[in-house]
Structures are given as structure tokens and as C-alpha cells.
Design a protein around this ligand. Structure first.
Ligand SMILES: [Zn+2]
Length: 358
């Protein structure tokens, strides 16, 4: 029996009652199939809803003719009527992301005839994969601008159920492969495409859209974007961080980049200065150590061999240095080896350690 999808005609429906059609167990998880449900199953790039069924948390919703609600304890028996409630926060963000994705895909399509090949709407950001190898900064800016314009125009978003025979009556961005009943999401006269997802009622509910990055996937360009509450959350975080740094640097947020560049320059010159100091200082430390060892270990052959070794290495100091090991660290390694593997007959290394604690 096919589960009736209540979200098809009402994406705002958050609570409902339904009779249990089937129950089963999959290892330690319980699977409940209802006659009808408002829970959206993971599909079409959109994540599933969460919520509760008869006070039992729904942790996953699996798509199919029969939509499966996954829980960690039993919801009820077959034939019983149970109540369901969708988690508003997650549904809200999913709706914002999905409608924003349609608008962004249509913007790239209208401006440059780029086709969206795949969609992924994650928890914190969305992603569309375009059938292009490269995307310029201007193209990104223009698509983002057009999307935000449509969002701010508060256009009507409607779900329409039609038969595939009537598909020619609609100006679709992409033709659906399936036949029979088809659900279209129409955003005023801007965008229309077949889709089974949950959507906002008006575009202004999306609040804003920001393209945050692009990446290469399978030789194509994937565009990552933030919108709605996710974008607001991101702004709050960025505001907090930039404000805190600006306070520490006693400058305005607008001057942060300038101050940061100056700090990087200062850091570079300090590193150069420190490196020079180490070059001058380390050979002196090593020489002082060698002298000290020679003074107290004239008869210790084993130790003297090591002293000779250190002398040789200190002479060839520069090309013996390993990557990411400073001269000082390198010197410490050599001095430690002198201490750690001393001649058994000598007590000198212990005295050495007292003089040069490392
Ligand atoms: Zn869609």
C-alpha cells in the first residue's frame, strides 16, 4: 500500500494523525509504516524530517512506495491510530534551502543557460552541481544578485499536482522522467520544475542567499550556498568573531584586513630576526658545552668520540638541518644524545646535565 504524502499539498503541516499500516524490526530499530504521513523522507537531495510519533522520536525516514519511519522503540501495533509531530526547526531550514536551491538553479539557467545536474541540501549549507567546467566571479555575483532579488520580491511558491499529459502547458526548467501524476513547484513566473520536496509559501521566507564557495566535482563546478536561518547563524558567528578580533586590535571591523596584513608582516620580520639570533647563539652554546666536556673528560674515550661528532655536525650545521627543525632544536637533540648515551664508566654526563638542563 502506498503511503499518502501529506507534505505534497501542505508543507506547513506539522502535526497529523494516521493509522499504522505495518510494523517490523530491523536489528535494534523499529520500522513503522503509516497510511498517511507528513514526515518527509530523504530524497531528491533533501534531508528527512525528524520529530515524534506517539511520543517516540523519529530518527530517520526512508523513501519508497511505503514511507518507513525509523525509531529506537515501538510506536504501536498495526491498526492503531497514532499522532505525529514534525520538528519545526529542521523542516523550516529544509524548506528555505530547497526553495533557495530552485531559485539559484533558475538564476544560473536564465543568465547563462547552465543546467543543474545534481543537488545536495545538507544540514548547514546547500550545493548545486552545474554542467560547466568553469565559473567566473562575475557569473557567481550575478546569479547571487538575481536570486536575492527574487527572494526580496516575496513571490508566491505553489505546489501543483498535474498529469504528465499536460506537462506541455508549463515552462519547466527540466523535464521530468516519470509519467502519471507529477508534482510541480512553481515560483510565480520565475521558476517551475518537478519536485517532491517541502517548500516555503513565499520567497521572502528564505530571507537571503549567499554563495560561499565553489569546488570541482566530476570535472564540473559545484556551488555551495547558505540561505535563511543558516545564513543568519553564519552572520551571528562571523559578527562575534570579527568584533572580538577588532576589539583586541583596537580597530574597526572595516580595518581588520589592514591590521591583519600588518601583523603578518611584523611576524615575518620577527621570525627572520629570531632565526639570525639563533644562528649566532647556537654555535656558542655547543662550543661551550664541548669545552666543558673536554675539561672534565680527558680520559673518557667514548664521550670524546661523541664530542668530535658534535663538532663535525656543528660545522655542517646548515645542511644537516631537517625541515621544520630549528637550529636550536637540532642542537638540543645532539646535546641530549650526548647525555642519554654516555660512557658507562663516566659520570660526566650527569654533571653536564646539571650545567645544561634541557
Ligand atoms: Zn526540488
Amino acid at each position: 500500500m502506498k503511503t499518502k504524502r501529506l507534505y505534497y499539498t501542505d508543507s506547513n503541516l506539522l502535526s497529523f494523525n494516521s493509522r499504522i499500516a505495518a510494523v517490523s524490526q530491523d536489528e535494534d530499530k523499529f520500522v513503522t509504516v503509516l497510511e498517511k504521513t507528513a514526515f518527509y523522507p530523504t530524497s531528491g537531495g533533501q534531508q528527512h524530517d525528524i520529530g515524534i510519533l506517539q511520543n517516540v522520536p523519529v530518527i530517520d525516514v526512508i523513501d519508497g512506495d511505503e514511507i518507513k519511519h525509523i525509531t529506537e522503540s515501538e510506536v504501536g501495533k498495526v491498526g492503531e491510530i497514532v499522532s505525529g509531530r514534525i520538528d519545526y526547526e529542521r523542516r523550516h531550514r529544509n524548506k528555505q534551502q530547497h526553495s533557495a536551491q530552485h531559485i539559484l538553479s533558475q538564476s544560473f539557467h536564465r543568465l547563462y543557460n547552465f543546467v543543474t545536474m545534481s543537488v545536495h541540501l545538507g544540514e548547514s549549507y546547500g550545493n548545486i552541481e552545474l554542467d560547466v567546467k568553469e565559473l567566473s566571479e562575475i557569473q557567481i555575483q550575478k546569479a547571487e544578485f538575481l536570486s536575492n532579488r527574487v527572494i526580496s520580491e516575496n513571490r508566491l511558491v505553489q505546489a501543483i499536482l498535474i498529469h504528465s499529459d499536460n506537462i506541455g502547458l508549463y515552462n519547466l526548467r527540466k523535464l521530468p522522467k516519470r509519467e502519471g501524476e507529477i508534482r510541480l513547484i512553481q515560483i510565480d513566473d520565475f521558476e517551475c520544475t518537478a519536485c517532491g520536496g517541502t517548500h516555503v509559501n513565499f520567497t521572502s521566507e528564505i530571507q537571503m542567499l549567499k554563495i560561499i564557495s565553489t569546488e570541482k566535482i566530476r570535472g564540473r563546478v559545484a556551488v555551495n550556498f547558505l540561505c535563511g536561518q543558516n545564513a543568519v547563524d553564519d552572520y551571528i558567528t562571523r559578527f562575534k568573531v570579527t568584533n572580538s578580533i577588532a576589539k583586541k586590535l583596537t580597530c574597526s571591523v572595516n580595518d581588520l584586513e589592514l591590521h591583519f596584513d600588518k601583523l603578518v608582516e611584523t611576524n615575518k620580520s620577527l621570525k627572520r630576526y629570531l632565526s639570525q639570533l639563533q644562528k649566532e647563539l647556537v654555535p656558542q652554546i655547543v662550543q661551550s658545552l664541548i669545552t666543558s666536556v673536554e675539561d672534565i673528560n680527558n680520559t673518557n674515550v667514548c664521550l670524546q668520540k661523541k664530542v668530535v661528532l658534535i663538532k663535525k655536525i656543528s660545522i655542517n650545521f646548515h645542511w644537516n638541518l631537517q625541515k621544520n627543525v630549528t637550529e636550536y632544536q637540532f642542537s638540543c637533540i645532539m646535546i641530549k644524545s650526548l647525555y642519554v648515551v654516555p660512557s658507562q664508566s663516566s659520570k660526566a654526563p650527569e654533571r653536564l646535565l646539571k650545567n645544561y638542563p634541557l
